[in-house]
Design a protein around this ligand. Structure first.
Ligand SMILES: [Mn+2]
Length: 313
């Protein structure tokens, strides 16, 4: 059942012993929102913890570790933040969620009660209003956590989901003491040495065609191994080849350890990425799509280039 914010606040005000759930492969929004909510509930004298999530990366661990519960058995009111469906529950957790706080239009309605604001760029914006209602304001630490949530989900206010409201939320967080200079550097300007090495290899081997309209990056298993990159260094790697001026479609082909290829396409609306990927059994959206190919990356690059050339006429 969908509820309004005053009902959500009442659930939190009336209960005690909250187990806050973050989604699988947790990002800044789910983690920042969960930790800020946990902090606010504790300020109200409530017992609240974050459910352990094995996917928390080094980047976010320092911000959330103090809120994670070791023994969660006494926390009997599960509250999810930024989770769209049960298949996204953190690994190892199953059960019934009392309250879901979310901004995904696709939310499946798995919880008893759902506060769903699909127009928000980030779940953190909803949590900000909720904490405001519950506590009459947020602490500077909560402002940091919610700035992590909001800024990461809108790509530092660059993605199409960025609204006037997103900036209003950010302004409020800044006024509440968020250290946006430090956080922006950490979240958007710093990269690991392994990531930097890998990016160097990707840029130096980039193939460009038709005056840089078509750009293909091949990431071999050897490049990944030589750079020392792990899963956390691969974030949004498919965005790199499309940065070149004049790009219409960019292709990122990652060689799997078994020699096959994982392909990601990004394009402007001048080309249908999903139609190209559909030829190879994949799919997605018009401007971002993917497919898996059983051939090695060089062969995949040739096949994809041929189909893209054909589609562009
Ligand atoms: Mn989100």
């Amino acid at each position: 059942m969908n509820i309004d914010i005053s009902r959500a606040a009442a659930i939190l005000r009336d209960g005690d012993g909250f187990l806050i759930l973050t989604h699988r492969r947790p990002d800044g929004d789910t983690l920042g929102s969960a930790a800020a909510l946990c902090s606010a509930l504790r300020r109200l004298g409530k017992r609240a913890v974050l459910c352990p999530n094995s996917g928390i990366t080094e980047k976010y661990a320092p911000f959330v570790s103090e809120y994670i519960g070791d023994d969660t058995s006494e926390y009997t009111i599960p509250v999810s933040v930024d989770i769209a469906g049960e298949n996204l529950f953190p690994l190892g957790w199953q059960g019934h969620v009392e309250l879901a706080i979310d901004h995904h239009p696709s939310n499946s309605g798995f919880a008893s009660e759902t506060l769903l604001w699909p127009d928000k760029a980030a779940c953190g914006e909803i949590v900000l209003e909720l904490i405001d209602l519950l506590c009459g304001g947020i602490t500077s630490k909560e402002a940091d956590l919610l700035y992590i949530a909001v800024s990461t989900d809108c790509g530092c206010f660059q993605y199409a989901n960025t609204r006037a409201d997103t900036f209003r939320s950010a302004a409020k967080l800044l006024e509440s003491g968020a250290d946006i200079q430090r956080l922006n550097k950490l979240l958007f300007r710093s990269v690991s040495p392994a990531r930097l090495r890998l990016e160097g290899m990707i840029y130096s081997t980039l193939r460009s065609y038709r005056d840089n309209a078509i750009n293909i990056a091949v990431i071999t298993a050897e490049m990944i191994q030589k750079s020392g990159a792990d899963g956390s260094d691969m974030d949004d790697i498919a965005a790199l080849p499309g940065r070149i001026a004049g790009n219409v479609v960019s292709v990122t082909i990652k060689e799997r350890t078994d020699g096959t290829s994982k392909v990601s396409l990004r394009s402007t609306d001048a080309l249908d990425s999903s139609a190209i990927c559909a030829i190879f059994g994949g799919g997605g959206h018009k401007m971002a799509a993917g497919c898996e190919m059983s051939c090695p990356p060089e062969e995949a690059a040739e096949k994809l280039l041929r189909e893209i050339e054909r589609a562009m006429g």
